[in-house]
Every structure is written in structure tokens, then in C-alpha cells.
Design a protein around this ligand. Structure first.
Ligand SMILES: [Ca+2]
Length: 292
């Protein structure tokens, strides 16, 4: 043991003078500041062990922007990960993203009647998340007859003579759902696939998607959408929405619940309707993301 200790000290002191350190080698590579050799005798071998921490222990590491490149192995069964600090967040080095661009939550509007239930749970959801169903805001109604194969409401009209996004929010004229990662998973929400909106002639003409990370303060996603003038069952095709550039929706853990909201305004009568519409053989509202 003494011999080993002395030889290690010798290696460190000797090589440190050269601004290099060799472990199990007296000739560290000129390219390496630290050269770790697996064996000193060709018989016994070992590997390099990065610091192993729990997620809570990792979060106690006082990293700053200047600490980029710091690496730890996070023990969090069944999702142990080699992680690297990039200056602003811990990024997963391994395993590589197991599910890229996968379905996070999806709803099929086929066969819904009477505006559909509230909440309306997704028929498909990733095991990496808990998803609350589509829910009507308290300002909305489900009176009268509803379109078939569609989830929505009427009662959007409540602020004559001129409704705006602000008055719609104040009157709780919106629909919501939430996505929360399951503990141990890392989830990035990257897109809303093309969907379809149906409305009646006096239903809301304008709307906007929003998200919140605290359930209270909401952020606009893009700009307002003009839903379109088709009032038949064919509905109005809507473009996909890219969420991959929104940092608040990336690398989520179970600590964060994302609330999505669609706020609608521009209705001209209380009976005016707005729906997420059935337009494909499968799911009609699909949220996609990356999970591991
Ligand atoms: Ca469908």
C-alpha cells in the first residue's frame, strides 16, 4: 500500500510539473491534461467513474454559466442518466433520447355528442406523462344541439359589443388541458400536429393558444388565429404549431405541470359554437414531443 501511495504521489508530482497527470501511466498523452490508463500491470483493469448523485444531490451542485462541461451520473431508477451541464441546464448525454417526436397526448373526436365530456381524457398518452382532459372554462355552455364528432362548447359570446382576447380570458371563455411528466422522465413538448376547428356562423372567429408553467400566468404561443368560415362538418384545417423553440416546454420533469389553453373571442351570439373537430380516421388533436 505504501509503495502504491508513494508511486501515485510520484506520478502526480512528476506529471503535474509537466501540466499533465497520468493515472496508471508514467507517459500521459501529450494531448491529455489527465490521462487515465485502465491498467498498470496488464492484468487488473478498471474504468473511469464520474461522480454519482441523486437528482436532489445534483441540484445542490452550485453550477454557474462558467461551469459548462461539468458531468455527473444521475442515479434515478429506472432513468439513470449521464448528464452534462451546458451552462444553463443539465443535458442528457446518455441514454440518447429514447422516444423522439413521439405522441405525448392525443384525442379522437369521433363519435362525441353533446359537445363531449369535460374533462375529456386523451385516448392516447405517453407513459412518460400524466395528462388531464380537455376542459371547458367556466364561461362556456353546452346548451342546445351540438355538432356530431366534435368537442367544444357554446357560450363564447359574453362581452358585447366588442370581445377581445382579454375579455375572453376575463370571462373564462377558453378550453384547457395539462401535461405533467411522470417522475423519472424527461419530456420536451415539440409540436401540435395539424388539427381542425369547426364553428357555427355566430361562434368565435378568433383565438390563440397559450401555455402556463404555474397554472396562473399564461404566455401566448404565436399570434392570434383566424379559425375560418367553414361551418359544416368538414371544419377548418389548422396548421401545425412548433413548440420546440419554447424553452419553458423543453426538458420538463415531474416538478412542472404545463397548462395549455385556447382562448376564443369574436362570437356574435350566445349560441355560437366552437369545436375541436373530427377530421381524420384516427386522433384529431395530437401533441408531440421527445421523452426519455
Ligand atoms: Ca378522428
Amino acid at each position: 500500500m505504501k509503495i502504491l501511495l508513494v508511486s501515485l504521489l510520484f506520478l502526480f508530482s512528476f506529471e503535474t510539473m509537466q501540466s499533465q497527470v497520468g493515472i496508471n501511466t508514467t507517459t500521459p498523452s501529450p494531448a491529455a491534461v489527465l490521462d487515465v490508463n485502465s491498467s498498470s500491470d496488464g492484468v487488473n483493469f478498471g474504468g473511469f467513474m464520474p461522480p454519482r448523485v441523486s437528482p436532489a444531490e445534483r441540484d445542490l451542485i452550485p453550477v454557474t454559466a462558467s461551469d459548462e462541461g461539468l458531468m455527473v451520473y444521475v442515479i434515478n431508477p429506472p432513468n439513470n442518466q449521464l448528464q452534462l451541464w451546458d451552462g444553463t441546464a443539465w443535458q442528457i448525454v446518455f441514454p440518447q433520447q429514447a422516444n423522439v417526436d413521439t405522441v405525448i397526448a392525443a384525442w379522437n373526436m369521433e363519435s362525441l355528442t353533446a359537445y363531449g365530456p369535460s374533462p375529456y381524457n386523451p385516448g392516447n398518452a405517453s407513459a412518460s406523462v400524466t395528462v388531464s382532459g380537455l376542459e371547458r372554462g367556466s364561461g362556456l355552455n353546452t346548451s342546445g344541439s351540438a355538432g356530431l364528432d366534435a368537442w367544444g362548447a357554446n357560450g363564447w359570446y359574453s362581452a358585447a359589443p366588442t370581445e377581445t382576447q382579454a375579455t375572453a380570458i376575463a370571462n373564462n371563455n377558453y378550453v384547457t388541458f395539462t401535461i405533467t411528466p411522470v417522475s423519472g422522465y424527461n419530456v420536451s413538448i415539440i409540436s401540435i400536429e395539424p388539427y381542425n376547428v369547426r364553428r357555427s356562423g355566430t361562434g368565435p372567429t378568433n383565438g390563440i393558444w397559450q401555455y402556463s408553467i404555474d397554472g396562473v400566468n399564461f404566455v401566448d404561443i404565436g399570434t392570434e388565429i383566424i379559425w375560418g368560415g367553414i361551418t359544416s362538418g368538414a371544419g377548418n384545417p389548422q396548421q401545425s404549431i412548433d413548440l420546440s423553440g419554447i424553452n419553458d416546454l423543453q426538458n420538463l420533469t415531474s416538478l412542472t405541470t404545463i397548462t395549455f389553453r385556447v382562448v376564443n373571442w369574436g362570437a356574435t351570439a350566445a349560441g355560437g359554437t366552437w369545436y375541436f373537430n373530427d377530421f381524420s380516421a384516427g386522433d384529431d388533436l395530437i401533441i408531440r414531443g421527445n421523452t426519455n
